[in-house]
Ligand binder design. Structure first.
Ligand code: UD1
Length: 366
C-alpha cells in the first residue's frame, strides 16, 4: 500500500509525525511526504521536522506565500502531476490549512482516495479561512478521522455517511506526550530566566486579531499591562511581526518578543506557563493536555471540548483580558478527553490499513 502525506504549514507537521511513525510499523506500507512549501522559513518548517524526527520531505512544491486563491491554485497545479505519477492508494491530509484543501481538491478530481486527519471540527464561523478549508475537505474526503466526539456529531449533522467517519482521537497529543521530556530537557525556558508558573506565554497570528489595527492595539495595550505584573513572552509569527512593524503607534511595554520558536522550545514554554494567551487552534488543545490555563482571543472555537472538558476560556471582551490573565492559576490536571491518550497515530494507521477501523478497536488499544 502506498500512502502520500501532504503537509505545508507549521501545525501540520506535529500531526504527521505520529501517523508516519505508526505506519512505518505496518509491513507492506510505503510512505512519501509531500511538503507544499506554504511555510518555508527555517523557524516555521525545517526546525519542526528536526525536533519531531520526521524524515525529510520526498518532495517540496515550493509554493511560498500568496493570496489564498493564488496559493491554493499553485498547490493544486503542482500537486496534480505528483498524484498522477505516484498513483498512491491513499493521500492523507491534516488539519485545516490551505495546503489541506488544495490537496483534497486535486484528489477528488483525480478519483484518488483521500483521508482527512482532524476531520469534523467546526467553529461555525465562515469568516475564518480555516472553516472553509474544513468544510470543503470534509465534503470531499473518503475517510474522515475525528479527534473528538463533537467532530463525529458535526459530520453526521452535515449528512456525511457514517461509514466514512471514524473517531481516532487527537494525534497532536501523541506528539506532545512523546516530545514533552525532550522539550523540558531542552532548557529553553530556563535560559530565558522564566520560572515554572511565573510567566505568561502569548502567541497570535490570526488575521481577525493582527490584521485589524484597532484590535491589535487593544491587545497590545492589555499585554503591556499584564507585563507590568508578570513576565510575558511572545514568540512572534512573521505575519504579526510585519503588522506590528507597519504600525509605529503600537507599544508592547515590557513584553519580551522572540522569533518564532521551534516545537520543543514552544512546548517547554507552554508546559511551564501560568497562563497562555493565544488565538492558535493547536495551543488550545496542548494547554488542555498539559493542564495549563488558556485564554483564547476569539469569539468562537472549533475545539469546544477544550472549553467543556479542558482549561480553555474564550475571551469575548478584551477589556477583561488583563484581569483574567492575572488571576489565572494552574490546577491539578483533569483526565484528558477521550482518545487524547498518545495512541491516535496508531488508530489512524489501523484505519488506513484496514480500510476502516471498527469501533471496539479503540478499546483494545487503551
Ligand atoms: C497558516 C494557516 C493557519 C495556521 C497557521 C500556523 C491557512 C489559511 N492558514 O496561517 O490556519 O494556524 O498557518 O502558522 O492556511 N510567512 C513567512 N514565512 C513563512 C510562512 C509565512 O514570512 O515561512 C509570512 C508571509 O508574509 C505570509 C504570512 O506569513 O504571507 C502568512 O502565511 P500563510 O501561510 O499565508 O498563513 P499563516 O498566517 O501562517
Amino acid at each position: 500500500m502506498k500512502i502520500l502525506h501532504v503537509v505545508g504549514a507549521r501545525p501540520n507537521f506535529m500531526k504527521l509525525a505520529p501517523v508516519a511513525r505508526a505506519l512505518a510499523k505496518h509491513a507492506g506500507v510505503t510512505q512519501k511526504i509531500v511538503h507544499t512549501g506554504q511555510h518555508y522559513d527555517e523557524a516555521m518548517s525545517e526546525s519542526f521536522f528536526r525536533d519531531l524526527g520526521i524524515a525529510e520531505p520526498d518532495l517540496n512544491l515550493e509554493v511560498g506565500s500568496a493570496s489564498h486563491a493564488a496559493q491554493t491554485a499553485r498547490i493544486m497545479e503542482r500537486f496534480e502531476p505528483v498524484v498522477e505519477r505516484e498513483r498512491p492508494d491513499w493521500v492523507v491530509v491534516y488539519g485545516d490549512v490551505n495546503s489541506t484543501v488544495a490537496a483534497a481538491l486535486v484528489c477528488a478530481k483525480l478519483g484518488t482516495k483521500l483521508c482527512h486527519v482532524e476531520a469534523g471540527l467546526r467553529s461555525g464561523d465562515r469568516t475564518m479561512p480555516e472553516e472553509i478549508n474544513r468544510l470543503v475537505t470534509d465534503r470531499l474526503a473518503d475517510l474522515l478521522l475525528t479527534p473528538s466526539r463533537d467532530g463525529d456529531d458535526n459530520l453526521l449533522l452535515e449528512g456525511v455517511e457514517p461509514s466514512r467517519i471514524q473517531f481516532v482521537g487527537n494525534v497532536m497529543v501523541d506528539t506532545l506526550l512523546h516530545a514533552l521530556p525532550m522539550a523540558q530537557a531542552s532548557g529553553f525556558r530556563e535560559q530565558l530566566g522564566l520560572k515554572v508558573d511565573g510567566y505568561s506565554l502569548v502567541t497570535l497570528h490570526r488575521p481577525s486579531n493582527v490584521d485589524v489595527p484597532e484590535r491589535l492595539q487593544r491587545i497590545c495595550r492589555a499585554l503591556g499591562e499584564i507585563a507590568e505584573h508578570m513576565p510575558v513572552v511572545f514568540p512572534m509569527h512573521p505575519r504579526t511581526r510585519s503588522r506590528l512593524a507597519d504600525s509605529d503607534r503600537l507599544s508592547l511595554g515590557r513584553v519580551r518578543l522572540l522569533d518564532p520558536t521551534p516545537y520543543h522550545a514552544t512546548l517547554d514554554l507552554t508546559a511551564g506557563a501560568r497562563v497562555v494567551i493565544t488565538d492558535s487552534g493547536g495551543i488550545q488543545e496542548e494547554t488542555t493536555a498539559l493542564g495549563v490555563p488558556c485564554l483564547t482571543l476569539r469569539d468562537n472555537t472549533e475545539r469546544p471540548i477544550t472549553v467543556t472538558e479542558g482549561t480553555n476560556r474564550l475571551v469575548l471582551d478584551l477589556s477583561t483580558l488583563r484581569d483574567l490573565a492575572l488571576t489565572s492559576r494552574r490546577r491539578e490536571k483533569a483526565p484528558p478527553p477521550q482518545g487524547w491518550d498518545g495512541r491516535a497515530g496508531e488508530r489512524v494507521a489501523l484505519a488506513l490499513t484496514n480500510g476502516r477501523l471498527r469501533e471496539p478497536a479503540i478499546e483494545k488499544l487503551r
